[in-house]
Design a protein around this ligand. Structure first.
Ligand SMILES: C[S@@+](CC[C@H](N)C(=O)[O-])C[C@H]1O[C@@H](n2cnc3c(N)ncnc32)[C@H](O)[C@@H]1O
Length: 370
């Protein structure tokens, strides 16, 4: 099996604020579950001892989708521990648009920043992967990540007949499952090392729920099958080569609840031995806002397709671009992307029923043993 280059070498959400503008559903996921973070902080009951309170948002993209969650969290922390400076570190991969994070924080975008509302708050960024050490040991009070841990450090093999592991079978599916387990354990171990005793880790993860549902596959038209259909069609039509089709694989693994909790429930696992304990786990489905607006309000299929496709493009484009031959020039690459998403958009406009990117998450709250 081919070993593809690492995810950190090419992965990024679409920049310049496109991601958070187009991906309002990811914001809904965080806003609806912010109480899980607030409750974790209440249980943590941080001492008002003047030391730095350090929080991080790992895989934050441009920071726009989590801004209102952090507004509530930092208002709460500020009240609980008035003597403690708050340090906030946004982390993502090196190709992330970190400038957009700081433009948002400092009021240079149309997103309302929490920064002017919180006294004694210091905002930083790190371009180090959450599969590596990001912070010195025992310096982190609150670790948070939403909709990011499904990215694995590299794809373990090409998927013969699909672009995502949800469509992989046999040895190829097993290879993704193995890589998913390795990266999950590594990520939990790194965070356990970094958390202070009593610190909390709050993870809102894409995954496969108890009914077998996952992102864009909750009973209607499967989003990943549709991606695969049109990417395959571009290969059939000679727009891309068969080799480019084969080399296009989302560097993602959608874990089940059992996979998420295995290292936290087994007292022989390195994660458990390092002191990380599961406080809470649940799955939820958050409805696609574009499909909901179409179905319940405007009922205009062309409008739905026009509004819906950017949310898919905001996070998936890097993977499709990553499958293209390196010697294609920029204009060619852009034309292929426009053709690909254009075909998907025309299909939705033509027959909108069943298309939806419903979000399926497993929410985990963990405590580092005191
Ligand atoms: C779908 S976006 C989620 C952004 C935001 N957290 C949200 O929920 O809207 C996933 C983010 O995770 C980042 N990511 C993927 N793998 C990562 C890694 N190993 N370390 C840090 N960030 C990573 C991607 O670059 C991307 O910005």
């Amino acid at each position: 099996m081919n070993k593809a280059p690492g995810t950190a070498g090419f992965m990024a959400m679409k920049g310049d604020g496109y991601y958070s503008k187009a991906t309002i559903g990811a914001k809904h996921v965080m806003d609806k579950a912010a109480n899980l973070v607030l409750e974790a902080i209440a249980r943590m009951d941080p001492a008002d001892d003047g030391s730095i309170f350090r929080a991080t948002d790992m895989g934050a993209a441009d920071g726009g989708t989590s801004v209102d969650l952090w507004r509530r969290v930092f208002a709460d922390v500020r009240t609980r521990v008035p003597s403690r400076p708050i340090e906030m570190i946004y982390t993502d991969l090196p190709r992330n648009d970190f400038a957009q994070v700081f433009r948002m924080i400092h009021g240079q975008t149309d997103t309302k920043s929490y920064y002017p509302e919180i006294d004694d708050l210091y905002v930083f960024a790190s371009g180090t992967s959450f599969h590596q050490n990001i912070f010195p040991a025992q310096t982190l009070d609150l670790g948070f990540s939403a909709t990011a841990s499904h990215y694995i450090s590299s794809t373990p093999c090409n998927i013969t007949d699909h672009v995502h592991m949800v469509g992989a079978t046999g040895a190829e599916r097993d290879a993704f499952t193995r890589q998913g387990a390795i990266d999950w354990e590594t990520m939990l171990l790194q965070r356990t090392r970094e958390l202070k005793p009593g610190g909390r880790l709050c993870l809102f993860n894409f995954g496969i729920d108890e009914e077998g549902r996952y992102l864009g596959d909750t009973g209607g038209v499967s989003m990943f099958d549709t991606f695969n259909r049109f990417w395959n069609e571009l290969a059939d039509d000679g727009v891309i080569s068969r080799d480019e089709y084969l080399k296009t694989n989302f560097p993602q693994h959608y874990r089940t609840v059992e996979e998420f909790t295995a290292p936290l429930n087994d007292d022989n696992s390195p994660v458990y031995k390092a002191g990380l304990r599961l406080e809470h786990v649940e799955t939820r489905v958050v409805r696609c806002p574009f499909e909901q607006d179409f179905t319940e309000n405007h009922k205009d299929a062309t409008r739905f397709a026009t509004e819906y496709l950017p949310t898919l493009r905001s996070w998936s484009e890097a993977t499709f671009l990553g499958g293209l031959d390196a010697d294609r020039d920029q204009a060619e690459r852009e034309a292929i992307m426009d053709e690909f998403y254009g075909r998907y958009q025309a299909c939705v406009a033509d027959a909108p029923e069943g298309h939806a990117m419903d979000y399926v998450h497993a929410y985990l709250i963990c405590r580092k043993e005191a």
